[in-house]
Design a protein around this ligand. Structure first.
Ligand code: HGY
Ligand code: MN
Ligand code: MN
Length: 405
């Protein structure tokens, strides 16, 4: 390899540990989008990039960028990245791995004084998890894919988006300036823990992602009649939470029948007015449906409407991210990089969402997965073994050399 210097898994582990201390919550990590911990982590990573010899900056959407200039600055850059925010009480690998492994690759190139043809950039995107917006905020802002509603909210001082960005020290009016011309990007690669069980069960260290599921998010509202909980006979009740339970169970059964081609989750429930002694008068349910097949997403939505009709409920679509297919050429380059490093790789789909699904709509994009122990993620137990980290890092480094010319 150029300069014969290899990326260090030990340094990667040290960086993962240090970053996981920011927002540490028991054994887990809480760095929800634009929270003080998230912003502290962005400062930490920017500093790490600068110490690794990169030109580091934060763009107006909160994305942190570090770049290593190539010999031919006129060529489009290779971009490596992932996200720095986490879900509440999440793990230490989700997102952080892809950003820190990218930094380790560039640190290694710097040490070996192996200047590449292309400029290589590492990015830590903002609000990938959608705790503030519908998700992928940073990558969508960069590629001009914010919704009309979000663009409106950026100018509305009373909106949650506006207020949260200001509290984080950002200027909402400047966010659109994070936009970049996709023609300036040669391709995007993201290393991520699988967050599922496929690689572990099949005994692979490396997965190469072929596509990323589409994700639709909904708010479902189901009415009832609020009444005294002690004096209203059971037979006379119009109980919103009982109706919501029927809805959730019916949808669960329906999606079970789709033979693992879709998933549906009722991830939160709000009960109104919400007291021990009142029969619930209204329930809101947060529902998310995912599939690689847009037709199945449409069918699930139609089924929700069918089930809700006799219950008097209705469903509102909040956001919709279409399934994304990753670039064939980048996939082949990643599989070849794995093979050169001595790893067999497994082509697979991702049931989790990633910034790569947004990037893939504008630039050739690919993803490398490594196994997650017991398939666990979005929880403090999330873990990837050091030998899998090493596999991911080596394949990312090799791909970085191959794709930067
Ligand atoms: O929700 C997801 O799939 C991801 O972890 N952002
Ligand atoms: Mn996640
Ligand atoms: Mn992630």
């Amino acid at each position: 390899m150029p300069g014969s210097v290899l990326p260090s898994v030990k340094r990667l582990q040290e960086d993962l540990e240090a970053l996981s201390l920011i927002g540490r919550h028991g054994q887990g990590v809480s760095r929800t989008a634009f929270s003080p911990a998230d912003m502290e982590a962005r400062g930490f990573v920017r500093e790490l990039m600068a110490r690794a010899g990169m030109e580091a900056r934060m763009d107006p959407a909160g994305n942190v960028w570090g770049s290593l200039c190539g010999k031919e600055p006129g060529l489009p850059s290779l971009v490596i990245g992932s996200h720095l925010d986490t879900v509440p009480e999440g793990g230490r690998f989700d997102g952080a791995l892809g950003v820190l492994a990218g930094i380790e690759c560039l640190r290694t190139l710097g040490e070996g004084q192996a200047t590449r043809g292309r400029t290589i950039e590492v990015v830590g995107f903002s609000d990938e998890e959608g705790t503030l917006t519908s998700g992928y905020f940073g990558s969508r802002a960069m590629l001009g894919r914010l919704s009309t509603r979000e663009r409106h909210d950026l100018g509305d001082e009373t909106s949650d988006l506006y207020r949260t960005l200001v509290a984080a020290g950002l200027s909402p009016g400047e966010v659109l300036r994070a936009g970049r011309d996709p023609l300036g990007i040669h391709c995007y690669i993201e290393l991520h823990a699988e967050q599922g069980m496929t690689l572990e069960e099949m005994g692979y260290s490396i997965g190469v992602v072929t596509g990323i599921v589409g994700i639709n998010r909904y708010t479902v509202e189901i009415p009832g009649t609020a009444r005294h909980a002690g004096t209203t006979p059971m037979r006379l009740r119009d109980d919103a939470i009982v109706k919501a339970s029927r809805f959730i169970l019916r949808m669960h059964e329906y999606v079970l029948g789709l033979e693992e081609q879709a998933v549906l989750t009722a991830g939160w429930l709000r009960v109104f007015p919400g007291a021990y002694n009142i029969v619930p008068g209204k329930v809101q349910v947060g529902v998310e449906a995912r599939s690689m097949d847009p037709g199945l997403l449409d069918q699930a939505e139609a089924e929700m409407a069918r089930v809700l009709e006799p219950l008097g409920g209705h469903v509102n679509l909040l956001s919709s991210d279409a399934p994304a297919l990753l670039d064939d050429g980048v996939r082949q380059a990643l599989a070849a990089a794995a093979s050169k490093e001595g790893y067999a790789s497994h082509p697979m789909r991702s049931g989790a969402g990633h910034d790569a699904s947004i990037m893939a709509r504008s630039v050739p994009s690919g993803m490398i997965f490594i196994p997650s122990r017991d398939g666990l993620s979005h929880c403090p137990q999330e873990w990837s073994a050091p030998w899998h980290l090493e596999a991911g890092l080596r394949v990312l480094y090799r791909a970085c050399l191959d794709l930067s010319g």
